[in-house]
Design a protein around this ligand. Structure first.
Ligand SMILES: NC(=O)c1ccc[n+]([C@@H]2O[C@H](COP(=O)([O-])OP(=O)(O)OC[C@H]3O[C@@H](n4cnc5c(N)ncnc54)[C@H](O)[C@@H]3O)[C@@H](O)[C@H]2O)c1
Length: 352
């Protein structure tokens, strides 16, 4: 059973709160008593989980751009946080090919800007930058990447996140080495799935759209193998790291947050699992001739997180897909979304 009492009364600043991961994290934080300020652009999709999650009045939501330092600093200073979690990003690989400059501006200068806010603050004790498994130079080998391996993502999204890591490392070395400086960490997680993801160009949202519409799931890259994890796995791991380093600065560091080997499956298999859970939908493979490069095989070695914190994943891939279906059935029926979110959070907490 996870204990979240630490968060009661803590002042938290979260960028990317209107996104998929950010909304789940916001719901967990506010239901556990955190004084939460979120800073992001409007939710990136329509529909979106943020507007369904019943968060109005329970947190301060500031709509602004992380590229705009002045605007972010104003919100930051008003929030006066003790804990900062940075999730706002342009997170889609294909969009990064369409607009690399915007992707770099958001993902790199956005990181510089949030770190500038942290640097000017006297009260931040814990800063966590959320990056991705794609930060590593991908050798397309079978072994999991470790935290000390070269950071050099291929496409503009992945590479901008490698840069975001390096920016964080430099700020830590340059400005946060004194005893009273905040603890600084990054967390590199894999592909997440869960209820309420409406993003384009991600496989589970594609499955959900097909289930509620055409009934045909088009699979572009059926043999690409990626680590999949339920959104709660990284979100609870982020909270665990942010809390741990708040209490003991020696725990700061760079952490992989990947699933176990059994959850590194190819896209075709994940679609087959979804099809088993949702009668009437079928898989259609359509490999694209001129598709932009995307990694075919990538796996994280999460030994450091496991050894340091005794962490293990709670929900494996079959459970994760069942939970997407459970959430989507409620959404499809026009049911109570905050209630199903809280139920799933509580189910997870009581198992973990
Ligand atoms: N979803 C995944 O599978 C996955 C995997 C690994 C890492 N990540 C990382 O996790 C984080 C959250 O991802 P997500 O899936 O919730 O993405 P998302 O697209 O659902 O949310 C992105 C959030 O960032 C905000 N944002 C984007 N550009 C902004 C800007 N210029 N200024 C202010 N806010 C801006 C959006 O408004 C939104 O709140 C990202 O940093 C992403 O790189 C996601």
């Amino acid at each position: 059973m996870k204990d979240l009492s630490f968060w009661n009364g803590k002042r938290v600043f979260l960028t990317g709160h209107t996104g998929f991961k950010g909304t789940w994290m916001s719901r967990i934080l506010v239901t556990n008593g955190a004084i939460l300020t979120g800073y992001s652009l409007e939710a990136p999709t329509d529909p979106n989980l943020f507007s369904l999650a019943g968060l109005e009045g329970k947190m301060t939501s500031v709509i602004g751009d992380i590229r705009d330092l002045e605007s972010m600093k104003k919100a930051f200073d008003e929030a006066d946080p003790e804990i900062v979690i940075h999730m706002a990003a342009q997170p889609i690989v294909r969009d990064s090919y369409k607009d690399p400059r915007y992707t770099y501006e958001t993902n790199v200068m956005g990181t510089v800007n949030i770190l500038e806010c942290v640097r000017a603050s006297k009260n931040v004790k814990s800063f966590l930058n959320v990056t991705t498994d794609k930060v590593y130079q991908n050798n397309e080998w079978v072994w999991g990447y470790r935290e000390n391996e070269p950071l050099d993502g291929f496409d503009p999204y992945s590479n901008s996140k490698s840069c975001s890591e390096l920016v964080t490392h430099s700020y830590k070395n340059s400005f946060f080495m004194t005893e009273d400086a905040p603890a600084i960490s990054t967390a590199r997680a894999g592909n997440v799935i869960g209820g309420g993801d409406f993003a384009n160009d991600r496989i589970i949202p594609d499955c959900v759209r097909a289930a509620m519409g055409t009934k045909e799931i088009v699979v572009r890259n059926p043999y690409s193998t990626r680590p999949y994890q339920h959104v709660f796995e990284p979100v609870f791991a982020y909270l665990m790291i942010a809390k741990a380093q708040y209490e003991d600065k020696s725990l700061q560091g760079w952490y992989n947050v990947g699933p176990d080997d059994c959850d590194c499956v190819c896209t075709g298999d994940i679609v087959d699992m979804f099809v088993k859970n949702w009668e009437g939908v079928r898989r259609v493979d359509k490999t694209e001739a001129n598709a932009p490069h995307e990694a075919n095989f990538l796996k994280l070695d999460s030994s450091k997180l496991k050894k340091t914190f005794g962490w293990t994943p709670v929900w494996h891939i079959d459970e994760a897909i069942a939970r997407v279906v459970e959430w989507t059935r409620v959404y499809e029926a026009g049911g109570d979304i905050p209630a199903i979110m809280d139920k799933q959070i509580n189910d997870y907490i009581s198992k973990g």
